[in-house]
Write a protein that binds this ligand. Structure first.
Ligand code: HEC
Ligand code: HEC
Length: 232
């Protein structure tokens, strides 16, 4: 199925309709206007906020808007570290942060060509860790906080589904660096990351990248079958 196909079935229909509406109907209330400054962001995050494996840039499309605003504010303040994003965030006013994050959260971007080549055994091991957790260095299942199939829960627990492998791995490494600098509080993501070894990070990143992005999961009913559909 190509993304422009007007004959797309089921799930594809909503994507095709969204693209068609964007392109064809400026008169309708439809999609929000592209805010000033968004051109800078799309260089790494993709024209539709779909993220980029090459830039290790996360998917922003469909992510919780409040989460994005909060985390970009943390990047601006330096309470979240990223050599790439911090200088960019520092150049934004609070109003711009609000406008840009609501815009990208509202996009329903196509899926980035992510992790297509992850070996099946890696993905399988990652699925077990994400869904069941690990016993050796006890790790809670990722879905216990991030929701079914990593689709996210409210503003506090971001969706981690359909993200580029490179972003997932580097973000998990950042949590680990943070934990070395200062003992993390129990029950935080920083603490969870201290239980993961390198092999587990590769596994779970491979698995999560294969899941359909959160907004696609939300659009598809019923939730109980979404997992089987997605486990390709
Ligand atoms: C040069 C590439 C680049 C550009 C340009 C860029 N970003 Fe980023 N962005 C990244 C990377 C890489 C990360 C991941 C950082 C990390 O691993 O913590 C990121 C992370 C983020 C996050 C955190 C999302 C999450 O789920 O953790 C937000 C929000 C964000 N960027 C918004 C923006 C906005 C808005 C712009 C434009 C003003 C922008 N970015 C421009 C590369 C870029
Ligand atoms: C105890 C609850 C909890 C568990 C269990 C948990 N997380 Fe998290 N996770 C969080 C919270 C809270 C955040 C937001 C932290 C922040 O923004 O600083 C987060 C953030 C993340 C992020 C960053 C997402 C982004 O867009 O920036 C990734 C990646 C992540 N978690 C992966 C995982 C993986 C993989 C597992 C399973 C091995 C896991 N999490 C288990 C609570 C949890």
């Amino acid at each position: 199925m190509t993304r422009t196909s007007r004959h797309a079935k089921h799930l594809g229909v909503s994507i095709a309709v969204a693209l068609f509406a964007t392109a064809q109907s400026p008169a309708r209330a439809g999609p929000p206007a592209v805010p000033e400054g968004a051109a800078v962001c799309v260089a790494c995050h993709g024209a539709q906020g779909e993220g980029s494996e090459a830039a290790a840039a996360p998917r922003l499309a469909g992510q919780n808007a409040e989460y994005l605003e909060h985390t970009l504010t943390m990047l601006k303040a330096g309470t979240r570290l990223s050599p790439v994003m911090q200088p960019i965030a520092r150049g934004l006013s609070d109003a711009q942060i609000h406008e840009l994050t609501s815009y990208f959260a509202g996009l329903r971007g196509v899926r980035a060509s992510t992790a297509a080549a992850s070996p099946a055994d890696l993905v399988r091991a990652g699925k077990e860790l994400a869904q069941i957790g690990a016993m050796n260095d006890p790790t809670p299942p990722c879905v216990s906080c991030h929701g079914i199939d990593g689709r996210g829960v409210g503003a506090r627990f971001p969706s981690i589904a359909g993200q580029p492998v490179t972003f997932l791995a580097s973000r998990l490494h950042e949590f680990q660096v943070r934990a070395k600098a200062k003992a993390p509080d129990p029950g935080t993501m920083t603490e969870v990351a201290t239980h993961l070894n390198e092999a587990q990070i590769r596994q779970v990143a491979a698995y999560l990248s294969t899941l359909p992005p959160f907004e696609a999961q939300r659009a598809s009913a019923p939730a109980a079958t979404a997992f089987e559909d997605s486990a390709h």
